[in-house]
Design a protein around this ligand. Structure first.
Ligand SMILES: [Zn+2]
Length: 64
């Protein structure tokens, strides 16, 4: 059985597609492409990605 790295919406059973998603964190807006369900709009945010980005933003803020 080959492992498929594609993400599937567990609610709709359809393949997630990359969607430009906007974040607002500590007054900073930034966007990135995240896999989202084309049917219900559920966005899948990998926790590691969020943590990495948030940490980067926090460090940037602390620098000022
Ligand atoms: Zn869905």
């Amino acid at each position: 059985m080959a492992e498929d790295r594609k993400l599937i919406c567990h609610r709709c059973g359809v393949e997630l597609v990359p969607v430009k998603t906007f974040f607002n964190y500590l007054g900073h807006n930034f966007n990135t492409e995240l896999p989202a369900c084309p049917k219900c709009g559920e966005v899948f945010i990998p926790e590691s990605l969020v943590r990495g980005r948030m940490t980067a933003v926090e460090q940037e803020l602390e620098d000022k």
